[in-house]
Write a protein that binds this ligand. Structure first.
Ligand code: DGL
Length: 273
């Protein structure tokens, strides 16, 4: 019997697994197919054109594997590719990441909130849009964190160097009075304990993963795709080294079988086994 249609989830690396974990909680029976483009991480330093080309090829590969919907579990790729992907694959519902400026603005009492994100997200249209739509007089300090996603992807979740980098970015925001801090990159929840050690309890750290999972549940229901027919299996693919990828799903409470290698072909397409 052919496997049930699944939900494709992708990111530049392991970061999107934080979103996959929230999706698994919300949809315990759906078949999930995760692709981490670890061969190309970080996306945050790449051009929008490059990120779009990767995103199109990844979507094609996920759809060919039987995905009925795709979650872009990457703020950088969502900012660069969500709209064009919707145009290119009109029959596939997409859910993308959006920096959680709205809940931060709703929470703040000081009138100053912070966003940590990749360079591409900080400079991109999507963050500018949510700030325009929701900030309404609240100051939004946008801090790019070059190198952080790459470090996390390399498994460095708790080193002295990572903490020093984070302090360097977060302490000036604390001095300016933030009381909410948005994690605008899906890799960053993996260093949330470190971030909270720096902010202390007075600052609310906001990770939008649960909201994205809720949105996916809604979209599947609206499109009549919420069959609930799967057996809760998860398949993981990476264009990097499967052995290195392997430990992270378990760290987040996700069960997946053997991580398999996805290969980028010279014509720019992606082959998933
Ligand atoms: N996890 C990604 C994001 O949400 C991408 C980080 C990167 O590859 O630079 O932005």
């Amino acid at each position: 019997m052919a496997p049930a249609p699944g939900i494709g989830i992708f990111d530049s690396g392991i970061g999107g697994l934080t979103v996959a974990a929230a999706i698994r909680q919300a949809l315990p029976r759906e078949r999930l197919l995760y692709f981490g483009d670890n061969a190309h991480v970080p996306y945050g330093d790449r051009t929008a054109e490059e990120i779009l080309a990767f995103s199109v090829a990844i979507t094609e590969a996920l759809v060919a594997k039987g995905c009925k919907a795709v979650v872009i579990a990457c703020n950088t790729a969502s900012s660069a590719a969500l709209k064009p992907l919707r145009q290119r694959f009109p029959h596939i519902p997409f859910v993308g990441m959006e920096p959680a400026v709205k809940p931060a603005v709703e929470h703040t009492r000081s009138g100053v909130v912070g966003v940590l994100a990749t360079k591409a997200t900080v400079e991109g249209r999507s963050l500018a849009d949510v700030v325009e739509r929701f900030a309404h007089g609240v100051e939004v300090i946008r801090q790019a964190c070059p190198g952080l996603a790459q470090r996390i992807d390399n498994g460095d979740l708790d080193s002295v160097e990572t903490e020093a980098l984070l302090r360097n970015w977060i302490e000036p925001m604390l001095e300016r009075g933030i009381d909410a801090l948005v994690l605008g990159c899906t890799h960053y929840p993996l260093v949330r304990p470190l971030i909270e050690r720096i902010t202390g309890p007075a600052v609310r750290v906001i990770d939008p993963s649960d909201a994205v999972a809720r949105r996916l549940v809604q979209v599947l229901a609206e499109d009549g795709l919420a069959t609930g027919a799967g057996n809760g299996a998860m398949e993981c693919f990476t264009s990097g080294e499967p052995e290195r990828f392997h430990a992270v799903p378990a760290l987040l409470g996700l069960q997946c079988g053997t991580v398999r290698k996805g290969v980028w072909l010279p014509d720019g397409s992606l082959a998933l086994p």
